[in-house]
Design a binder for this molecule. Structure first.
Ligand SMILES: [Zn+2]
Length: 222
């Protein structure tokens, strides 16, 4: 978040988060059917290009080869400025309220589900572009820990148990696609990978059932 602010050319394409959501929409069911694999592929390509662009604009200069999990986290934090998901501060009266009755000044951020799905796509893209699994910064332990913290923090702040997503997988299509492209051992680790896969199509399909994800499901790519 700190140093890099060159700005990718199309930040909105990342994470598939671009609806004019208020952050409190409950089932704003994005209405589109589960995305076909090709959509996942194209989203993945867009995300990858955005990340490369981010590296290019990075100060100080950063190459993919030198990219670490810490840089990935920095990238995710940088993306928060383009987020559309209201995340209440602990001091906000609406902290923990899934459907606040009024607006507040809390920041908009990238929803955890968007970030998790984004990381899944970038992790796959990294290896598809010649990166070795063992040096994949998107699979770094620090990144997983960061995502878990985001998930837990947002669940508290927004009163939304993200875990519920896992039970309601809309379609196995995207899940299978995600898993298959990330054969590295990290893909199997923890339930996170599976949960992320649910929204791995970039939120395009709007299948995520919790309001948390629904907020971020529609994408500019429609
Ligand atoms: Zn608030």
């Amino acid at each position: 978040m700190d140093s890099a602010s060159g700005g990718p050319s199309d930040p909105n394409s990342v994470g598939g988060e671009a609806p004019p959501a208020t952050g409190s929409t409950t089932t704003a069911s994005a209405s589109s059917p589960p995305a076909p694999p090709s959509r996942y592929e194209s989203q993945k390509r867009r995300d990858w290009n955005t990340f490369l662009q981010y590296l290019k604009n990075h100060k100080p200069p950063l190459t993919l080869a030198r990219c670490s999990g810490a840089h990935v986290i920095e990238f995710l934090k940088y993306l928060d400025q383009f987020g559309k998901t209201k995340v209440h501060n602990s001091g906000c009266p609406f902290f923990g309220h899934p459907n606040p009755p009024a607006p507040c000044a809390c920041p908009l951020k990238q929803a955890w589900g968007s970030l998790d799905a984004l990381i899944g796509r970038l992790r796959a893209a990294y290896e598809e572009n010649g990166g070795r699994p063992e040096s994949n910064p998107f699979g770094a332990r620090a990144v997983r820990i960061y995502l878990r913290e985001v998930r837990e923090g947002q669940a508290k702040a927004r009163g939304i148990p993200y875990e519920k997503k896992k039970r309601k997988r809309p379609s196995t299509v995207t899940i299978a696609g995600n898993v298959s492209v990330g054969p590295s051992s990290t893909a199997q680790e923890g339930g996170d990978a599976g949960a992320g896969a649910g929204g791995s199509d970039g939120g395009q399909s709007g299948q995520t059932t919790t309001s948390a994800a629904a907020v971020t499901t529609t994408t500019a790519a429609v």
